[in-house]
Design a protein around this ligand. Sequence first.
Ligand SMILES: *Cc1c(COP(=O)(O)O)cnc(C)c1O
Length: 414
Amino acid sequence: MGSYSRSLQTVLGAPGVRGKRVTALSKDGFTDFIQSIVTKKQDVKDPFYVLDLGEVVSLMDKWTRSLPTVRPFYAVKCNPEPALLGALAALGSNFDCASRAEIESVLALGVSPDRIVYANPCKAESHLKYAASVGVNLTTFDSRDEVDKIRKWHPKCVLLIRVKAPDDSGARCPLGPKYGALPEEVTPLLQAAQAARLNVTGVSFHIGSGATHSRAYRGAIAAAKSVFEAASRLGMPRMRVLNIGGGFTAGSQFGEAASAVNSALQAYFPNEPGLTVIAEPGRFFAESAFTLATNIIGKRVRGELREYWINDGIYGSMNCILYDHATITCTPFACTSNRANPTCRGARTYRSTVFGPTCDALDTVLTGHLLPELEVSDWLVFPKMGAYTAAAGSNFNGFSTSAISTHLAYSNPC
Ligand SMILES: *Cc1c(COP(=O)(O)O)cnc(C)c1O
């Protein structure tokens, strides 16, 4: 059995996946799969996701090959779909949780608490007490008040000091304005932790989500090195953990980001015995694994312009356009109006607007998008919709994002 098949077997037996229907996809089987689901949905044409577990296996393989020394802690906030969490757990990933509910959902899969980093630098007291009660003993901090809180409610917790990455200007969603100690705050914070008798075991940072400058990792790893040095100047026990956060995308940029990380680790941490390097990838594992299918529920023709209404939008999965500054795209699946050629290859296209279902005009998903002539009941399929989509959708106007179902499949790259 090849390593892909072995990993796939592991994933099919994973919590969150086991017992669910998982469909094998041939190389061009995606359209057929959508077709088979759509055919079964003649009456209720609700939107749905397809999670490709084969893609998750490939991504883990890619991670392990490119960053062999960096242990991934998947950032649950990016997409908490249980089948994704279970698959990642089975493939050996650990988890970054930011709240009580996220910790609960990971523990519910049977993952042990020492595979969780509670990577929220500012935690509610009740959530922190919960973490203490279940044995989640690794967290981040970037303020004195957090030191006091941790001393009171979870003094056994081991800490990573979160520092502000020196350059997050290339990120789609910079995190620097909210989190991370400034260089001049590092020593006083370490002293505060020392005075509170808390164990600070390392450094964490995040160069911003959807990072485009791979060099940002180098600057941040260099900054982390100076924190390690500051800690030893204070006579603290030797730091052992470097957490390089998220920011990774799975496309062609990943190779570049991985070499930036590897060469910076070589340069700044060349012979650090016992150093554990971890990361908190979210987007990397979630984005390309999910495809969203939405149904066309309305249409209006205004001259050459075509306007369509679909049953998911800005208040649902497509909130990523607002919050994640995402650019999304879609392909037609015209199973009602063009059965012979549902993907409409070669068909004439029109400038089209795609609206979401709520009564707010802001709920506009695409404008000026070229689409063939489609009819009510046809479908629009959005690829790469796994990162920061359903996770942040609402129930506005009675359209419930959390009710969108997920169908499981696996593609075979071989
Ligand atoms: C959001 C977040 C992540 C995940 O970031 P990606 O860019 O999706 O990889 C990781 N760590 C922390 C602390 C976060 O807040």
